[in-house]
Write a protein of this length. Structure first.
Length: 135
């Protein structure tokens, strides 16, 4: 999807179109994202999205940075939780929000994949699965 540069662009720095935080919010809202300036500021403070570039007193985002923010916003579900990964089981794709490893009474390990909508996939796993998750 291309940006409507002629309507939203506030400036240009080093040959790149630049956008203020309010511009980014307007762009993403027009694409259907439920986002505010406070949301962007919070994501930036958590270092989940790029910090705004700076040229003198001007702070701005470039189109590449907006694309990164868009990708991050797309990975969020309605509850605001980030997706960790996706997995496919019998042809169905599941968005995984979190992974939990538990040792059950008989000593075996279980990997619990928490999916969107409060679903769970439970799989047997071994010690190597734990190593791959924390690396």
């Amino acid at each position: 999807m291309t940006l409507q540069v002629e309507e939203i662009t506030k400036g240009e720095v080093h040959g790149f179109n630049t956008y203020t935080q309010d511009d980014v919010v307007e762009i993403l809202q027009s694409e259907g994202f439920n986002i505010s300036s406070r949301t962007l500021a919070y994501w930036r403070s958590m270092e989940w999205i790029p910090i705004m570039s700076r040229e003198g007193n001007l702070r701005y985002y470039t189109e590449d940075e907006i694309s990164t923010i868009r990708d991050f916003a797309s990975s969020r579900d309605r509850g605001g939780r980030a997706l960790v990964t996706q997995t496919t089981l019998e042809g169905t794709v599941f968005n995984i929000e979190s992974v939990e490893i538990v040792r059950v009474a008989d000593g075996t390990l279980r990997k619990i994949l928490h999916t969107e909508g409060s679903g769970r996939l439970i799989m047997e796993c071994d010690e190597s699965d734990i190593s791959s998750l924390v690396e």
